[in-house]
Ligand binder design. Structure first.
Ligand code: RIB
Length: 295
């Protein structure tokens, strides 16, 4: 089984701050780095580092060569990535002294997908393959409709959650990967149990992977509900923690691992990512995750 991820690639400009800047305030940062990121490529790299066969699709601008280099380095198949005129997407990320972040996005090339491009990419995939999506590229409703027609399993991380998702036919989603805030935005429910109950009512056949921050994660499908606590670490940068969890989770599903093992592996990988700066460079390889689990 293959994973196709049509997703964002962002140059993350990351600023270390005492606190996140408030409206009207000017605040000096005490460090700045540029990392490769974007929810799309973060999740592709994580799934590939976990051992899955991953194809990444999407657009980069004239400054996007580092993403192609990263795909080589992390075993992500980049044949569907296209370079267009203009700038790649970017993100301005502030990290405060408690490792909390806030993210400002510029879509750039991520917003330049076309129907013809989507059709061309989907031609390489078949029923049963997994299509992974986040909400940082354009054309989501079209991609979902076309992939569903082909019988692909569609995994959606509805992040960032905004009105563009209203046009997506959520009944076509097989796997929801979301956090509690997105769970609230999708269901109107605030409590974990209520979010799960509502998601089950709305999408009775879907698999639901709900992450709960420091409170762990819950997986639910038609047959089982499994809880996974976090592995506690000193957080340095939480950027891409959720993306790491998502990539590892899908890789575990592709392998047919029992869900409790998938969750444990994903939580461990995510905890390692949190202990390192940056998005893509913070994501661990499978061997490191397994060694950490064995310790
Ligand atoms: O999920 C983290 C990612 O969100 C960052 O890498 C940033 O680029 C934004 O897409």
């Amino acid at each position: 089984m293959k994973i196709l991820n049509i997703g964002s690639m962002n140059l993350d400009m990351v600023y270390q701050m005492d606190h996140i800047v408030q409206p009207g305030e000017t605040e000096a940062s005490y460090g700045m780095n540029v990392f490769l990121g974007g929810k799309g490529i973060n999740q592709s790299v994580a799934a590939a580092q976990a051992g899955a066969t991953v194809f990444h699709g999407g657009m980069i601008g004239e400054d996007g060569q580092p993403f192609l280099d990263a795909c080589v380095k992390y075993n992500v198949d980049a044949r569907y990535i296209r370079q267009v005129e203009g700038k790649s997407g970017h993100a301005i990320i502030q990290i405060d002294k408690n490792a909390q972040n806030c993210i400002l996005l510029f879509g750039g090339a991520n917003q330049m997908l076309t129907e013809a491009y989507v059709d061309e990419v989907l031609e390489g995939f078949e029923a049963g393959d997994i299509l992974l999506l986040q909400n940082e590229v354009n054309m989501l409703p079209y991609i979902v409709d076309k992939a569903y027609e082909k019988g692909m399993q569609i995994a959606l991380n509805p992040s960032p959650f905004n009105e563009k998702l209203d046009a997506v036919d959520m009944k076509k989603i097989s796997i929801f990967l979301l956090n509690e805030v997105e769970g609230f935005q999708l269901t109107g429910e605030k409590e974990t149990d209520a979010i799960i109950a509502k998601l089950r009512e709305l999408f009775p056949h879907a698999r639901i992977m709900l992450t709960l921050g420091k409170d762990g994660a819950v997986y639910v499908d038609e047959k089982q509900q499994v809880f996974q606590p976090i592995f506690k670490v000193k957080a340095v940068d939480t950027t891409a923690a959720g993306d790491t969890f998502t990539g590892y989770f899908l890789a575990g599903l592709c392998e047919g691992m029992p869900i409790p093992d998938v969750l444990k592996m994903s939580a461990k990988a995510s905890s390692i990512a949190v202990s390192r700066p940056g998005a893509v460079p913070s994501i661990p390889w499978r061997a490191e995750v397994e060694q950490a689990l064995a310790e």
